[in-house]
Design a protein around this ligand. Structure first.
Ligand code: NAD
Length: 363
């Protein structure tokens, strides 16, 4: 059935894609009509950030290698002050979601533009979503000022992404696509992008696992990641993202690994309520069962498949269930406490979703 009425509101960003596209940096910087960039990165990516700073020459006000996971407010305050003191009127963020998140924290206060150079598949560079962590709690919001103005996707910069991070970051991107397919505010355009995002990531990730330096496979994955970030920006997330945010916030679990473990189970939970979305996931994966296809893809990549393996205690499952249900995101299948608890139990043990429709298994 064609979805006849919808709203599609694309966001204004410029995307430059291709192996070697980092070579366009200066030209892209000049297009922004700014004068001095502060290049930001994590400590681990200082070498790459220095080479980016060299390409900018005297247009660079310095390198700030202080980005940290989850953007602690103290880090954001320090980076904001540093950007002011060095007279930067642009942020060049080189790295994954943590670095781009720090760029967003600076832009949120100063409104200066971000030029993002992503090196993972997280997708933050395409979204107006920011997050800041204060007193152990991560608060997120949306603000168009934090949407990077220009994004340079150069697959060569992802060649160094380690195997486990490549796999889990890629499945994190697939999770954005899966939830976009059944979002209440989906449109034919976002669904097309989401299906294509899954297709490219599912083809590219196994090749990357076999050879980290397969530039063609890296380009496929980065293309899928761009599509995933785009649909994350323009549609709403549901139970899967809620569970991951709850698990990550309460138990301080690694972001991409948590997404990888939960996704097949959240998909199984929603399968009976979202047959069209499941059809599109199956088509993209070339499989007949969406949840099993996602599970098998992750298992094939050799990443942790259970919450137990991430160090979650069995006794945590009840309080995670309560917290996830206390402030739920809208979800296609109504949230039932016992069924959500059963979903978490399956994720805890890393069970492969079974063939029965989930409502047959729910107590
Ligand atoms: P990350 O940015 O935390 O990076 C993890 C580690 O990998 C870091 O040490 C980083 O330096 C290193 N790294 C990154 N790219 C590399 C490369 N090519 N080669 C070698 N090492 C590399 O991880 P992430 O998964 O990209 O980002 C996760 C964060 O992003 C989470 O905090 C999440 O909430 C956020 N996020 C935000 C949005 C949004 O729209 N706001 C979307 C997705 C994720």
């Amino acid at each position: 059935m064609f979805q006849r009425s919808f709203i599609f509101s694309p966001l204004p960003s410029r995307v430059v894609f291709g192996a070697g596209s980092l070579g366009n940096l200066l030209a892209e910087f000049n297009q922004l009509r700014v004068a001095r960039a502060l290049v930001i990165c994590t400590p681990e990516q200082t070498h790459l950030a220095n080479s980016v700073a060299n390409k900018l020459g005297n247009k660079c006000s310095g390198v700030y290698p202080g980005a940290q996971m989850h953007v602690p407010i103290e880090v954001a305050r320090h980076a904001r002050a540093h950007a002011r003191e060095t007279g930067a009127d642009c942020i060049v963020a080189v790295g994954g979601g943590s670095t781009i998140g720090l760029g967003k924290a600076i832009a949120l206060e100063s409104s200066i533009p971000i030029l993002a150079i992503p090196t993972t598949y997280a997708g933050s560079e395409m979204t107006p979503i920011y997050g800041l962590t204060e007193n152990g709690a991560k608060k997120t919001g949306r603000d168009i000022r934090v949407l990077p103005r220009t994004v340079i996707y150069d697959p060569e910069l992802t060649l160094s992404l380690p195997a486990r991070m490549s796999a889990t970051s890629g499945i994190n991107a697939i999770a954005h696509c899966v939830e976009a397919l059944y979002a209440a505010d989906a449109s034919p355009v976002t669904s097309m992008m989401a299906e294509e995002g899954i297709r490219y990531l599912a083809r590219g990730l196994p090749r990357v696992a076999r050879c980290l330096e397969d530039i063609d496979a890296r380009a496929q994955c980065l293309y899928g990641a761009w599509l995933a970030g785009t649909v994350l920006a323009t549609t709403s997330v549901a139970l899967h993202h809620k569970l991951c945010h709850t698990l990550g916030g309460m138990l301080n679990l690694p972001h991409a690994e948590t997404h990888t473990i939960v996704l097949p189970h959240a998909t199984a939970y929603n399968a009976s309520s979202t047959p069209q979305a499941m059809d599109r996931i199956c088509s993209a994966l070339e499989r007949s069962n969406a949840a099993q296809g996602l599970f098998d893809l992750a298992a094939q990549l050799g990443v942790p498949m259970s919450l137990e393996a991430l160090g979650v205690q069995y006794t945590d499952l009840d309080r995670v269930t309560e917290a996830a249900l206390a402030a739920p995101y809208p979800n296609p299948r109504p949230l039932d406490r016992d069924a959500v608890r059963a979903l978490l139990e399956d994720a805890y043990w890393g069970r492969r979703p079974d063939d029965c429709p989930p409502e047959m298994n729910a107590p």
